[in-house]
Design a protein around this ligand. Structure first.
Ligand code: CUA
Length: 318
């Protein structure tokens, strides 16, 4: 994936540097081996009666061979040790990202979505979202990772390497985006049927824009303004939706599925499976299994008007 070689932050840059060093050394060794092979073939004795099978080479040739083998062993050892040192140095650099004023985000992986919680010393300022990580440009982010079911792997190639999320264990990863933009993250560890459709986006925003967004996320859900949205909220709170989802500011506060308080502010649905448009949202609610077979959300056989009302309500949760 060429994204790895287009780093947007210091962590990915360290890894890209290591990759280039390894490539250069391996390319050099490859060319050297081919050159020696070509030279050997060119110089090989042809039709020499002394070189019949089983015949011992002349004593001088044996010494010559030992010298070559020794030289090759020494050079290989030096190069491999060099790569080992480079790898350890990269690891050290990755661990040394300054974390003053770091943003603390917890990411919990589920089959098959990402639960994202923004920590804050003041609990009422915490908020949750899903399948999307918005971060401020230039500020370090300390991501704490764990998993609710099987092993997943957090990977944003343009920002950092992979880190496994293991049930019952907490891992951390430090990253920083130095350029504003959208960085794609695929799950990098096979975790079940929908592994390929378990994606998230990291959206790096200028700090002021990030603060505006975070402030909006901290607010409870907006109240519906029209009849359709009101009916949608009623359906949401009286039906099965609230058994799994939370919408702050309402009675829905379940945590087994994505928090929908501000679902309309997200770019994608179903962990990157669909666009967040009214059409796709309606199609998703009606039959999630069609898009992600095996997902926990069941199909909803709603009358057309009810489905429209539900989409109208969720569509205004900006
Ligand atoms: Cu989660 Cu693959």
């Amino acid at each position: 994936m060429n994204a790895v070689l287009d780093p947007a932050g210091p962590q990915a840059a360290h890894i890209a540097e290591l990759w280039w060093v390894t490539l250069a050394v391996c390319a050099l060794v490859f060319v050297a081996v081919l050159a020696v092979l070509a030279w050997g073939l060119w110089r090989a004795p042809r039709g020499d009666p002394q070189m019949v099978p089983g015949a011992r080479p002349a004593p001088g040739a044996e010494k010559h061979l030992i010298r070559w083998v020794t030289a090759a062993t020494v050079i290989s050892t030096i190069l491999l040790s060099g790569l080992l040192v480079a790898s350890v140095a990269t690891d050290r650099e990755l661990a040394q990202l300054p974390l003053t004023d770091a943003l603390n985000v917890r990411v919990r992986a589920h089959q098959w979505w990402w639960e994202v919680t923004y920590d804050d010393p003041q609990p009422e300022r915490m908020f949750a979202t899903a399948n999307e990580l918005r971060i401020p440009v230039g500020r370090p982010v300390l991501v704490t990772l764990d998993s609710g079911d099987v092993i997943h792997s957090f990977w944003v190639p343009r920002l950092h390497g992979k880190k496994d999320l293991i049930p019952g264990r907490t891992a951390t990863i430090q990253l920083r985006a130095d350029k504003a933009g959208e960085y794609h993250g695929p799950c990098a560890e096979y975790c079940g049927l929908q592994h390929a459709f378990m994606a998230f986006e990291v959206i790096a925003l200028p700090p002021e824009q990030f603060e505006t967004w975070a402030e909006a996320q901290r607010k409870p859900a907006a109240d519906p303004e029209d009849a359709a949205a009101r009916r949608g909220r009623e359906l949401f709170l009286s039906g099965s939706c609230m058994l799994c989802h939370a919408i702050h500011g309402t009675t829905a506060n379940a945590r087994t599925a994505p928090d929908l308080t501000h679902i309309a502010s997200r770019t994608r649905l179903g962990a990157g499976r669909l666009a967040n448009t009214p059409q796709d949202l309606a199609a998703w609610i009606a039959d999630p299994q069609k898009f992600k077979p095996g997902v926990n959300m069941p199909a909803h056989l709603l009358p057309d008007d009810d489905l429209k009302a539900l989409v109208a309500y969720l569509g205004m949760l900006k």
